[in-house]
Design a protein around this ligand. Structure first.
Ligand SMILES: [Zn+2]
Length: 264
């Protein structure tokens, strides 16, 4: 009885990869069926995945794929730009090997995430939402951009100039919210309902493409609510604490804040 004998239902041949992390960000292991292989780019598309694909400011996950007779490391994960909705997993040789192995279309693979990296990214992403909520509540200022790495991040806000004592004040306010251990809840709202929610309007829910009928909402209860496709920890205390590393001007009306995420 090998994986090759598993019959793949027709519905698994669809062009849309099911994103398991949208409903369960704690999933570290999963089984999936290979729906496409691209030997030239050494990448594999699956019918479902728990690997986060780079997007929304959050970098991709890494980990391993194993199957009957083969193994590969996952080194990059991206959504397809070719009009389909595959998630492509770019693979490398397993540790101690030179040759890259690719599974066949129809094979069942087992995926395992590098959980240290993913959990660090979840803590960092949730920290940035706390930062957004705090800055909105205190100064009524919106975020204009940002980026994150595991346990470090930057975010840009519409300030001109920066308020006096901004860095230390932000650090104090964010860490108080983290210590408050607020729940972080993920839900899915019909588009019409989301477009009427005041907090979601403020965080620009209208920018979600009209083709999306159901909006995923990440709610840091009582602090910040936004349409978001990222992965988050379950409470603010799970983030740890933050330190403001630097604040800098990136031009008129655009100020950058850099943070690092610390263990409690
Ligand atoms: Zn986010």
């Amino acid at each position: 009885m090998g994986a090759g004998s598993v019959r793949v239902p027709a519905c698994h041949h669809g062009r849309v990869t099911e994103l398991l992390y949208l409903r369960d960000a704690t999933l570290q292991d999963f089984a999936a069926v290979v729906v496409a292989v691209d030997p030239g780019e050494q990448r594999v598309a699956l019918d479902r995945t728990a690997f986060y694909a780079t997007g929304g400011g959050q970098p991709h996950d890494t980990g391993v794929l194993t199957w009957d007779g083969g193994e590969a490391t996952v080194v990059d994960v991206r959504k397809s730009r070719d009009g389909d909705e595959h998630v492509w997993h770019t693979v490398g040789a397993p540790a101690g090997h030179d040759a890259v192995d690719l599974p066949e279309v129809g094979a069942t693979v087992h995926g395992r995430l590098d959980w240290d990296r993913r959990h660090a990214l979840m803590r960092t992403h949730s920290a940035l939402h706390v930062l957004c909520g705090v800055i909105w509540n205190e100064w009524g200022t919106s975020v204009t951009g940002g980026n994150m790495e595991p346990l470090s991040a930057r975010m840009d806000f519409e300030f001109d100039p920066l308020p006096e004592g901004f860095g230390p004040r932000v650090e104090e306010l964010v860490n108080a919210e983290l210590a408050a251990d607020r729940p972080i809840e993920v839900s899915f709202l019909p588009r019409g309902t989301a477009l009427e929610d005041e907090q979601l309007i403020r965080t620009k829910v209208s920018l979600v493409p009209e083709s999306v009928p159901e909006i995923r909402v990440v709610d840091i209860v009582g602090l910040d609510k936004q349409a978001d496709g990222g992965t988050h920890v379950r409470t603010t205390d799970e983030v740890g604490r933050i330190r403001v590393v630097k604040t800098e001007s990136k031009g008129k009306g655009n100020k950058r804040i850099r943070i690092e995420v610390l263990d409690v």
